[in-house]
Design a protein around this ligand. Structure first.
Ligand SMILES: Cc1cc2nc3c(=O)[nH]c(=O)nc-3n(C[C@H](O)[C@H](O)[C@H](O)COP(=O)(O)OP(=O)(O)OC[C@H]3O[C@@H](n4cnc5c(N)ncnc54)[C@H](O)[C@@H]3O)c2cc1C
Length: 360
């Protein structure tokens, strides 16, 4: 029996993760990416990769929350399974998130807290805990004396997306995936991936090109890009164990710690498909909010300024859909890392179901 041959257009988080899961399940996989594997200008490489089902509920809905909760249970297994192939361990932490506000902005924090309690199912309410100044300082000594209190969002996490994407690439190679790097896909059609150099015939074609597959989405359900910008800094003077979100009436900020005293600081959210470099205004807003979180960040070294487009559908929910004989995984918007394991496993199960049906 020949293994199912799946062609995947797009080697971002969705395409790469799906390729890895299908290879593990015994499929033959051909992966097509417009860029080289280490390119930094995609949403997947730009993201802060916070895994925040609770905090994100404030700006999403129960569907994203449910996918996020399922994925939070899967992430530790995914991290372990990826390491089985011998790649370096991926930085992954699940120690909750802190949400704080400066005294003049307390009303933003209060509103956030009310919104969460309003949207959260009764069984999850206890995962959002109010902290006084002492309890906050006990969780994050670096913030001692800087805030009157805050919120603790239990069990949220973060991972180093650059490590995750690099480890996936190694594992796809090790498992024998055929990776066509630097190969832009012109069209994805039923049973084939069309590139400038010709048509690649496969059993099943998947479009995971993020904003790159915009033309394949109908006007009744358009796919758009939402620009996001982040700073990556290195600051040996500050030690944080977990992501911190700073509420502000104009620009909310988050700081996601990474190994080696590095921090990803984000993010702007602009209704624009501009893919140009980070603007001075965004850099100043993110930088000043960061400095206000802790003055030691004033000495932080800026390692990188990155901008990318989040692929979004109008309902802001991720979609796994079969359209015209092509499977799509898209619309991951600002929740790609949060939802990837549940979404990708769902699509992998559906594709493996096709393989089993064809074999019988
Ligand atoms: C600033 C920012 C911060 C974020 N923070 C978080 C966060 O904290 N938590 C979270 O869960 N999510 C976060 N996200 C969202 C997350 O990054 C995205 O949801 C996710 O990366 C989308 O993955 P994707 O694979 O669908 O798309 P992409 O990352 O866009 O990947 C698509 C891939 O397809 C390739 N491609 C495009 N066109 C073609 C073509 N014609 N032929 C071949 N290949 C093509 C691209 O080169 C790319 O590699 C953030 C995003 C941004 C921008």
């Amino acid at each position: 029996m020949n293994p199912l041959h799946v062609g995947i257009a797009g080697a971002g988080l969705a395409g790469r993760s799906l390729a890895w899961r299908l290879l593990r399940a015994g499929c033959r996989v051909s992966l097509f990416g417009a860029r080289q594997r280490g390119a930094l200008d995609t949403a997947s490489m730009t993201a802060a990769a916070m895994l925040s089902p609770l905090a994100e509920l404030a700006v999403s809905d129960e569907a994203v929350f449910a996918l996020g909760r399922r994925s939070m249970a899967l992430w530790p297994r995914w991290i372990d399974e990826l390491a089985e192939g011998g790649s370096a361990p991926v930085y992954f932490r699940q120690q909750g998130t802190l949400v704080v506000a400066h005294a003049p902005d307390q009303s933003s924090l209060d509103h956030f807290s009310r919104l969460l309690h309003h949207k959260l199912p009764a069984t999850c309410q206890a995962q959002v805990q109010k902290l006084d100044a002492a309890a906050l300082a006990a969780k994050e000594p670096a913030l001692a004396g800087r805030f009157n209190g805050g919120l603790f969002l239990e069990s949220e996490g973060q991972l180093a997306n650059d490590q995750w994407m690099a480890a996936l690439a190694l594992e796809i190679d090790r498992l024998g995936g055929a990776w066509h790097e630097g190969r832009a896909v012109e069209r994805v059609e039923e049973g084939c991936i069309v590139c400038a150099d010709g048509t690649h015939v496969v059993d099943v074609a998947v479009d995971a090109r993020g904003v790159g597959s915009q033309a394949q989405w109908p006007a009744s359900n358009p796919l758009r890009g939402v620009r996001g910008e982040v700073l990556r800094v290195e600051c040996p003077g500050v030690d944080l164990q977990r992501p911190v979100r700073l509420m502000h009436p104009r620009y909310a900020l988050y700081v996601a710690p990474r190994p080696g005293h590095q921090f990803v600081v984000g993010a702007t959210e602009l209704e624009s498909e501009d893919t140009g470099p980070v603007t001075l205004r965004s850099m100043l807003e993110l930088g000043s909010a960061l400095y206000s979180l802790h003055p030691a960040f004033g000495e932080a070294r800026i390692l990188r300024l990155s901008a990318a487009l989040r692929p979004a559908l109008d309902d802001h929910r991720p979609a796994v859909a079969l359209q015209g004989g092509v499977w799509h995984i898209n619309g991951l918007y600002r929740h790609g890392y949060l939802c990837a394991p549940a979404l990708v496993d769902e699509l992998a199960h559906r594709l493996l179901g096709i393989g089993r049906t064809e074999a019988t």
